[in-house]
Design a protein around this ligand. Structure first.
Ligand code: KIV
Length: 263
């Protein structure tokens, strides 16, 4: 993906979009080399990288720090940076200031915001200033306390209608794509058919226009994974084996060997 028009073209041409949420130079470099379409510098960084219980404490400065690292690792990839909690909810003006700072200092291509109707004016403001915006509905982790936990959304008829309406409002406000998180797959399919902009699903079944996973989840670094995560490799096990081998070899005087030693 070079720009937001490529996202729309992918939907028109029924080409699935791949997005990975990641936060470091090295993992971004691997994503770019693997040909991933888009990298999201998610505010999940707070939970995945910093061990927080929620994404709420993450700051604009932290997102910029990680955005810059990802840009250095993936200079040719379309990068979206999450706007953290309370950096866009107060007013469209404050959102514009923060989004502008994130764009300028991280050199990303777009920002992502969570929510529906209540942030439509904010999206309009950012888009009219030339800032591409990705939306995010369904399970919106920044509202975890209001939602009562990390639960599947859109299970009641009323909730379904609200999520469909919110997704349409995001499109009308100018969002170029929307993340659908933790919703039943038939709801994700309905929204995907209803919208002209692409939907990118996580825990939303396989009828969306694209899929996103968190790098560290799909690489199997955690003991437990939610149902929607496919562990493509058992990363923790591999790393543990390497670390134990290093430890044994150092203690037994095997490492460093001749080949790792300067003469
Ligand atoms: O913060 C994040 O990584 C995200 C994705 C899970 C969509 O918002």
């Amino acid at each position: 993906m070079k720009n937001i028009h490529d996202f729309l073209k992918a939907k028109e041409e029924k080409r699935k979009i791949t997005m990975i949420s990641t936060y470091e130079y090295w993992s971004a470099k691997i994503c770019e080399e693997a040909g991933i379409d888009c990298i999201l510098v998610g505010d999940s960084v707070g939970m995945v990288d910093a061990g927080l219980k929620t994404t709420l404490p993450v700051t604009v400065e932290e997102m910029i720090y990680h955005g810059r690292a990802v840009r250095r690792g993936a200079p040719n990839t379309f990068i979206v940076v999450d706007m953290p909690f309370m950096s866009y909810q107060v007013s469209p003006e404050e959102a514009l200031k923060n989004a502008g700072k994130i764009m300028k200092e991280s050199c990303c291509n777009a920002v992502k915001v969570e929510g529906g109707e209540e942030i439509a004016k904010t999206i309009e403001k950012l888009v009219s200033a030339g800032i591409p915006v990705m939306g995010h509905v369904g399970l919106t982790p920044q509202s975890v306390h209001a939602l009562g936990g990390y639960k599947v959304q859109g299970k009641t008829e009323e909730d379904r209608k609200r999520i469909i309406k919110d997704a349409k409002i995001l499109e009308q406000a100018g969002a170029f794509a929307v993340v659908l998180e933790a919703v039943p797959s038939d709801l994700a399919e309905e929204i995907t058919e209803f919208l002209d902009i692409p939907t990118i699903g996580i825990g939303a079944g396989n009828k969306t226009d694209g899929q996103v996973l968190v790098f560290h989840d799909m690489m199997g670094f955690f003991d437990k994974s939610p149902k929607f995560v496919k562990r493509y490799v058992e990363g923790k096990k591999l790393f543990m084996e390497a670390l134990k081998q290093f430890s044994n070899e150092v203690k037994e005087g095997i490492f460093p060997g001749e080949e790792h030693t300067y003469k």
